[in-house]
Design a protein around this ligand. Structure first.
Ligand SMILES: [Zn+2]
Length: 275
């Protein structure tokens, strides 16, 4: 239900163009309902008005759907208890529905908040790891006589990977990166969050914690891990849908890393045929 038909703080009703619909509250329509609670009568009269707008089909489609649902509920409870006026059943169903809707939105906002905070913590960890990792990586590359490293990656349809890592010396000859010694770098593990009974992805399998982790890697694996982290940092979800491709260039003398990132998108050609 949109805010336009919130009964507890009645906002103006709007039509499907967003224009406010005047609400001539017609107390005559509810004069047969017993009782002398004026506020209650006015609420019932407003329900009557909403039903009239519904019958005229002038409300926004999402409101029409909600009112259709409320009307069905009211019809059910009216069938069980025909003593009350239909508008009373409708009001009860309306309030029920508003409350369910409110709870749902609250849950959704809470979920959003949890995810946003998790992302913020992850981004902070990522940033924290950057300089130490560059230091360790470049020190290792210097000691191996590496001058440049080219890291190619590609991905689409929810899976992406580092395809190739090419290290070269000063004379542009390829150097095979050795398995030993290993180097210790920082990686960011996803936090596992639980929202509404739904568990999110991969915390570290060992400690089950998210955040910064220190692990020893072979040099090429360290490069792969660090580049994957940087990709996630600046183009999170890069491998989804049409995906992307590109490369990282490590300049060891300058101690810089440059990312060339090419995002793919699908062009569509439209044709019309008549038969
Ligand atoms: Zn761990």
């Amino acid at each position: 239900m949109t805010d336009t038909i919130d009964n507890t703080t009645p906002l103006p009703l709007r039509d499907s163009n967003g224009k406010i619909i005047p609400e001539p509250i017609d107390l005559d329509a509810v004069k047969d309902i017993p009782g002398d609670d004026d506020a209650y009568k006015i609420r019932l009269a407003r329900m009557n008005l909403i039903l009239r707008f519904y019958d005229q089909g002038v409300l926004p489609p999402q409101d029409m759907a909600v009112i259709n649902d409320i009307k069905t509920r009211a019809e059910c409870s009216y069938a069980v208890d025909p003593n009350g006026h239909f508008l009373e059943h409708f009001l009860r169903a309306y309030l029920e529905c508003s409350e369910e809707r409110r709870k749902e939105q609250e849950k959704y906002r809470e979920q959003e908040r949890v995810w946003r905070e998790r992302e913020e913590r992850q981004a902070a960890s990522s940033k924290q790891a950057r300089e130490p990792n560059k230091q360790v990586l470049f020190d290792a590359l210097v000691s191996l006589g590496v001058h440049t490293v080219d890291v190619e990656f590609s991905g689409y349809g929810d899976s992406g990977q580092i395809d190739e890592i090419t290290a070269k010396d000063a004379s542009k000859q390829e150097i095979k990166l050795p398995d030993t010694p290993t180097i210790v770098i920082l990686t960011v593990e996803h936090e596992s969050v639980r929202v509404g009974g739904c568990h999110s992805t991969s915390a570290c399998e060992v400690c089950k914690q998210g955040g910064l982790h220190q692990n020893a890697y072979k040099v090429d694996e360290a490069i792969e891990a660090v580049c994957n982290g940087w990709l996630e940092e600046v183009h999170g979800g890069w491998e989804n849908n049409e995906g992307a491709y590109g490369s990282f260039e490590f300049n060891v003398a300058e101690r810089t890393v440059t990312l060339e990132f090419c995002e793919r998108y699908t062009e569509t050609n439209e044709y019309t045929h008549e038969f």
